[in-house]
Write a protein that binds this ligand. Structure first.
Ligand SMILES: *Cc1c(COP(=O)(O)O)cnc(C)c1O
Length: 389
């Protein structure tokens, strides 16, 4: 514990020295199965050889040049993300919050560019999480994140996730955009229904609004599709990515379709580190793995197997009532306090995450095998027996 660090994090009394695949090791050599992946970041596991090789190769060539110059690994990553998505253009940054800030700024400058400068507000949803900058805590609208940081940026109107009528009613003359996580992560692992996402697309088309998907947590393969919104068969106008895109190397991205992206002109927006050669070399290596033939199909199979096991372990439902989520983004609806179950699981050397609404969240590596599923589920059974007594 360091008293030189600001006290903004509550930390578990646990320190890791090394990671390999799905496992983390303490300095004493104790091994933990990592079903949190940071928070959905190291989706390919720790020290993935292909990703390590890409970082090492780039590190001997070029670490940084300003965005005043062309950066080939950045251009290549943008081309590949655009080719694999609804988007035509990409702006790179360094985190999820920045990706969402960029998305919000882009929505405004786009509305301005089409003569609707009065449209600056965005509709967001209860339990949302979009980051910790001043704008994104206001977008999330959660009292616990806003407390002490008021006044909140006054640009957001919040409604219940899934309530299309309330969303329609919240649209006003000043509304520029609707922002939604296709699967809410921090808020408790709540997938938006396909019908709801389709409904939002229709509302945006009718009212001339920009549809923004926050796929910072659910994107890059987490749900068994490259992007979670593919399940619903609808495309946004703008999308934020971060977490798993760098498998642990900081990188964020804001993707948009051409008409919207065209509002950004030289000088509109920028960041010193965004699109850094090291980050983009790693991002390209991550895409090599995630876009490889059969990878996402395997994620879906793994998801089905794990979800079935987790549902069975719920048993008489005295510890958790069931499991929800999509792909390998799963939430156990706890009956006991979620932190008790998380602690008991940690004592069994398996790491998971909490989420709001008394949920235990599992974001395992996308490439786990049957042995790791067995190990996690056996540990969970013992942890459940522990907290049930
Ligand atoms: C983590 C997260 C963010 C914020 O990302 P940071 O990298 O922590 O800034 C934004 N949106 C969602 C959905 C997230 O899960």
């Amino acid at each position: 514990m360091s008293t030189s660090l600001m006290a903004n994090y509550g930390r578990f009394d646990l320190t890791f020295a090394r990671g390999e695949g799905s496992y983390l090791y303490t300095a004493e050599g104790e091994r933990y199965l990592d079903f949190g992946c940071g928070i959905g970041v190291t989706s390919l596991g720790h020290a993935h050889p292909h990703v390590v090789a890409a970082l090492e190769a780039q590190s001997t060539q070029l670490w940084h040049v300003s965005n005043l110059y062309h950066i080939p690994p950045q251009a290549r990553l943008a081309e590949r993300l655009a080719a694999a998505s609804f988007a035509d253009r990409v702006l790179f940054c360094n985190s999820g919050a920045e990706a969402m800030e960029c998305a919000l700024k882009l929505a405004r400058i786009y509305q301005t560019s089409r003569g609707a400068a009065e449209r600056y507000r965005a509709i967001t949803f209860r339990n949302a999480f979009h980051g910790r900058t001043l704008a994104t805590i206001a977008a999330g609208g959660q009292a616990k994140h806003l407390k002490g940081f008021e006044p909140a940026v006054d640009a957001f109107d919040q409604v219940e996730l899934g309530d299309l009528d309330a969303t329609r009613a919240a649209i006003g003359d000043e509304t520029a955009a609707i922002v939604v996580e296709p699967v809410q992560g921090e808020g408790g692992v709540y997938p938006a229904s396909d019908e709801f996402l389709q409904g939002l697309r229709a509302l945006c088309d009718e009212a001339g609004l920009v549809l923004i998907f926050d796929e910072v947590q659910c994107g890059v393969g987490r749900t068994g599709k490259l992007f979670a919104h593919e399940w619903a068969g609808v495309a946004p106008d703008i999308m934020g990515l971060a977490k798993a895109l760098g498998n642990g190397f900081p990188i964020g991205a804001c993707l948009a379709r051409e008409e919207v992206a065209a509002a950004m002109v030289p000088g509109s927006h920028g960041t010193t580190f965004g699109g850094n050669p090291l980050a983009c070399a790693v991002g390209n290596a991550v895409l090599d793995v995630v876009l490889a033939e059969g990878f996402l199909d395997k994620v879906q199979e793994t998801s089905a197997r794990l979800t079935e096991r987790l549902a069975a372990i719920a048993g008489n439902k005295s510890v958790y009532a069931g499991v929800r989520g999509r792909g390998l983004m799963l939430g156990l609806e706890c009956v006991v306090p979620n932190m008790d179950l998380l602690g008991a699981l940690r004592a069994e050397k398996v790491l998971a995450l909490p989420a709001d609404g008394n949920v235990l969240r599992m974001l395992p590596p996308l490439n786990i095998g049957e042995a790791e599923i067995d190990e996690a589920c056996e540990a969970l059974e013992r942890a459940c027996a522990q907290v049930a007594t």
